[in-house]
Design a protein around this ligand. Sequence first.
Ligand code: ATP
Ligand code: MG
Length: 323
Amino acid sequence: MKPLVEIRKLSKFFPVTGGLLHRKTGEVKAVNQVSFEICQGESLGVVGESGCGKSTLARLVLGLIKPTGGSILFDGQDITRMNQKALRRLRKRMQMVFQDPHSSLDPRYAIFESLEEVFRIQKENRDRDQMNQRIFELLDMVGLKAEHARAYPHQLSGGQKQRAVIARALATTPEFIILDEPTAALDVSVQAQIVLLLKELGQKFNISYLFISHDLALVDYFCQRIIVMYLGKIVEITAGKLSDRQPAHPYTQLLMESLFVADPFARKEIPQARGEVPTPFNLPKGCVFQTRCSRARDICRQKEPALESNRHNGRVACYFPLS
Ligand SMILES: Nc1ncnc2c1ncn2[C@@H]1O[C@H](COP(=O)(O)OP(=O)(O)OP(=O)(O)O)[C@@H](O)[C@H]1O
Ligand SMILES: [Mg+2]
């Protein structure tokens, strides 16, 4: 299958300043030399603890922030080298849905106006009737009723607001949508409905998703392959669902032991850190995970392992993988 999105050695380092003069004292390696691709119609997951760089990766991939290095190819075009006009044209084809539906919607606009605005920004020349029809079609697609069109965000429930946000993302008929913790702010029962809706829409319109979450079971349910991130690095890319195979990287195993529960919609806690957790601006030499790894030996402390293909068709960055 042809990749729709190709990420090559992508990095984002944020400067850390200190002292009275705010001099640069170091940098946070939020995303550190990551490479992967997303195929057409594929749902690829990204998991990892808070602060490992998931949201930074999302913003880089959409061209919302400039990378420190590396490239992002969308349908063969490098978005890091595009001018604003070309990027705006491309933005129609890629969208994002964030965690908090409330801050994604302008409180001064009724849902209808929020959707109308998309067409205005995209400078689409549709006549009124055509646009009205399209807006009601979009609301229907996400399971909202015509009467919701006149509602303001504060009059809707969290789930309804997220449906409106999804309708707005679909307005430009995107081929690729990044979902950054799309259900984290919702009640468990509503989470399931939104996830099912996204899955159904993905299949219907052949949308590729990058699904970000620290909820392993949810990501495993939604995605065909999963990227495991730790301190800005990809430590493993699975060839299939986590529940179907043994983890290869010790960190994947740690996440699975602490987070995997049979019911993808049950509430889960973030795992307690085991061992010393380095910060992304104080990375150890060698493997990023060594301080928490029971398998670490001398080589792990000396040289960083590369992300390499394993015999399960996945990729793992570990000298002593579990499988
Ligand atoms: N604009 C910024 N300036 C400086 N540091 C930043 C900035 N944005 C993110 N970071 C740092 O980069 C690292 C990765 O942050 P990011 O928000 O990408 O993590 P995340 O995996 O999305 O976390 P969470 O699960 O909590 O959403 C963190 O150490 C964070 O403090
Ligand atoms: Mg985040």
